[in-house]
Write a protein that binds this ligand. Structure first.
Ligand code: TYD
Ligand code: MG
Length: 462
């Protein structure tokens, strides 16, 4: 049976050179690029500036306004879901009219997080439209009930047709519209299958127009491809206001929510959750969690204080220096940048007389955390030295500081919050940059050792 099609026409546009073709081709005839043609809706002609008669300029409802009249960011009332870990990552809640993309590997818990979030919003703000093309109403409601998302305002809609979803949303005017997932919805104007680049882009574009004009915040769930980016084009991430990534390591029950992009908040904040039988629970003190299985007294293990946004997190850096398996030293790093490790190895060799360059080096941050702050430099260097000398660092000692190329230890920011977190967790000593120590007002009950270069730091910990 022929599909009933709307009047809109589609064409195929090359993503590389912009060439327009009436039908799909494996290779662009203009630039020769393979697989670059993507289906797009052809908009009616005559919308360009040149085509518009001058007299029609005043007929648009939308008008430019002065920035002074444009309202204040603080005046915007955000929708909180009551899950602090999530509200903080969003930047104090959902902004009206915003489009949020929640991405993550299959099975990580995106739908679970979404159900719990929508429950929280429904408690405060009433009606929610939850369109799920991934699962039937029965499956979605089974999960929702398991995690306690039973608010009457939660309306489930097992629909994949975007026009039907938008029609319902316009009629219902929910506090939030959620689509699980963007790869399962399709719009009739395009012939390509759901999940294709053209469909994902067209659907996201229309959802963006919907949320901006109706002020209804919209949450899209998106899958992550094997390469690690959210499936569909990178343009998807450009189109939305906020991109959240839900991450988890293998069989670990712990999950980290990160903002990769946020037009209305910081991208530094993280939220930590634990997946339990009854849904996701907030982990309010991640440091305790990340240090729980620390092997005290083991060489190569050092606790560092890092910041995720404004929040101090203590993590364990582990290093293992082993005889090389081949005739050159290999580096394997998880949770830290391998270039940074290479730099620290060079500094140790040149400035501290510890040449580990020919050895095999393994560096790992326990708990699947990723640290990118330079403040962890000294911790990594000390862990490497500790493993090389086979001498453990005292378990109640904390280390942080940025390492420069001359082997100098540079000051880091927000030292007070790092120290108070360490004191809370029972640490007794801290090796920190001398420059920070000089400016510090309180020792937080810790024995503080200021160091100004790597050699001094290794001596202080020997
Ligand atoms: P789900 O939210 O369906 O993942 P996604 O939408 O990202 O694909 O959750 C998947 C896993 O979470 C599933 O393997 C079962 C587990 N789970 C729990 O452990 N506890 C729970 O309460 C729920 C709802 C799921
Ligand atoms: Mg799901």
């Amino acid at each position: 049976m022929a599909k009933a099609k709307s009047k809109t026409k589609t064409s195929y546009v090359c993503q590389s050179c912009g060439h327009n073709a009436p039908k799909w081709l494996g290779r662009c005839p203009q630039c020769g690029e393979w697989n670059s043609l993507v289906e797009e809706v052809r908009r009616p002609a005559g919308r360009g500036i040149a085509a518009r008669p001058a007299a029609s300029a005043g007929s648009h409802a939308n008008k430019p306004i002065s920035i002074a009249d444009a309202g204040n960011a603080d005046d915007i009332e955000r929708l909180r879901c009551g899950i602090d870990e999530l509200d903080r990552v969003l930047g104090a809640g959902l902004v009206p009219g915003s489009l949020v993309l929640l991405g993550g590997d299959p099975g990580v818990g995106k739908s679970t997080l979404l159900a719990q979030m929508l429950q929280g919003i429904a408690e405060e703000h009433g009606r929610i439209l939850y369109a799920s093309g991934e699962e039937s109403v029965a499956q979605t409601s089974l999960r929702a009930k398991r995690v306690g998302a039973t608010n009457k305002g939660l309306t489930l809609f097992a629909e994949t047709n975007l026009d039907a979803i938008l029609d319902h949303a316009l009629e219902m005017r929910p506090a939030v519209l959620a689509i699980d997932s963007i790869q399962t919805v399709h719009c009739d104007a395009l012939d390509s299958i759901p999940g294709s680049v053209g469909q994902v882009r067209e659907c996201t574009g229309r959802l963006m127009a919907f949320s901006k004009t109706s002020s209804i915040p919209t949450i899209l769930v998106g899958h992550v491809t094997k390469e690690g980016s959210i499936a569909g084009p990178k343009t998807l991430e450009h189109m939305v206001d906020t991109v959240l990534h839900f991450e988890g390591e293998g069989t670990s029950p712990y999950r980290i929510l990160r903002a990769i992009k946020n037009r209305f908040g910081s991208t530094q904040e993280i939220g930590v959750f634990e997946m339990r039988g009854s849904g996701l629970c907030e982990v309010l003190n991640p440091s305790e969690l990340f240090l729980a299985e620390r092997p005290e007294g083991a060489p190569g293990s050092v606790v560092v204080a890092t910041l995720e946004g404004t929040r101090p997190i203590l993590v364990e850096v582990q290093a293992l220096v082993a005889p090389p398996a081949a005739n050159f030293g290999r580096r394997t790093c998880a949770g830290v940048d391998s270039n940074r490790v290479a730099l620290l190895l060079a500094v140790l060799a040149k400035r501290a007389g510890l040449d580990l360059v020919p050895e095999d080096i393994f560096v790992n941050v326990a708990g699947g955390v990723r640290v990118s702050e330079p403040a962890v430099d000294l911790g990594i260097a000390v862990a490497l030295a500790s493993s090389a000398y086979d001498k453990a660092v005292d378990g109640k000692t904390l280390v942080f500081g940025e390492v420069g190329l001359a082997g100098e230890i540079r000051a880091v920011n927000m030292v007070d919050v790092r120290l108070s977190e360490a004191a809370k967790l029972g640490f007794e000593r801290c090796v920190l940059p001398e420059q920070n120590l000089l400016r510090l007002e309180s020792d937080h009950g810790l024995k503080l050792i200021g160091v100004s270069n790597v050699k001094e730091a290794l001596r202080a910990l020997a």
